[in-house]
Design a protein around this ligand. Structure first.
Ligand code: FES
Length: 225
């Protein structure tokens, strides 16, 4: 059977990618392609029109860059039907998240359970390698995606499926974390009622309310709000 031009281009990219392996400073052809032509990027002005039912945001403790990820999940199959992302990160973060967005939308969309298991190594493999020093850039996309998946489960009341990561859980019934409270304060909530309006914290486990009030005071002072 004759090879199509896309198959030929992919073969060439893979051959070129093999050459980048072991060289700590060379970007693969796939990385360059995704950086120059990012897939599923949330363009300016598109945010208001894009339909989603899960959104996540993550900041990198290494470089301070931020990643936001939106997903549209089919509630019947729990497959991801559409996705967008946006970052202030570098070329590696752009390429990693672009390829990740392709991976989760392939073949009619990946299930949430499968998508949350994607690791940075899966993404790096798909990219044909990434310089070691850029590893932290590749974790931004998948972390923001997992945050969006948790957000979907929260919006649909599936609290048992939420898997908070790297943050202390404050409301143990609704799985609301310190990070969720910080996010609510940064989004404009200033009082317990306003934070509850955004997160429902304390409605599952009322014993955590004094701690929530303490955290609101702490984040307001921290960010001068
Ligand atoms: S240096 Fe910040 S995301 Fe790459």
């Amino acid at each position: 059977m004759k090879k199509t031009s896309t198959q030929k281009t992919n073969k060439k990219k893979k051959e070129a990618d093999v050459l980048t392996k072991g060289n700590p400073w060379v970007y693969s052809e796939t990385v360059k392609d995704h950086f120059l032509h990012p897939r599923n990027f949330m363009k300016a002005g598109e945010e208001e029109k894009f339909q989603y039912n899960g959104v996540g945001m993550i900041g990198s403790p290494v470089c301070g860059d931020v990643m936001k990820f939106w997903i549209l999940v089919d509630p019947k199959t729990e497959k991801i039907k559409d996705a967008r992302w946006r970052t202030f990160g570098c070329a590696s973060a752009i390429a990693s998240t672009s390829v990740l967005s392709e991976m989760i939308l392939r073949n009619g969309g990946m299930t949430l359970e499968k998508a949350r298991k994607i690791t940075p190594n899966d993404i790096i493999k798909e990219l044909g390698g990434l310089p070691d020093i850029k590893y932290h850039c590749s974790v931004l996309g998948d972390k923001a995606l997992r945050d969006a998946i948790n957000d979907y489960y929260r919006r649909t009341g599936q609290y048992d499926k939420i898997e908070p990561e790297g943050s202390r859980v404050i409301d143990k019934v609704l799985k609301i974390t310190e990070k969720d409270i910080e996010k609510a304060v940064l989004d404009g909530a200033r009082t317990l009622e306003e934070v509850q309006e955004k997160t429902k914290v304390g409605l599952g486990d009322p014993t955590c309310i004094p701690l929530v009030e303490e955290l609101i005071r702490f984040y307001r002072e921290k960010y001068n709000l």
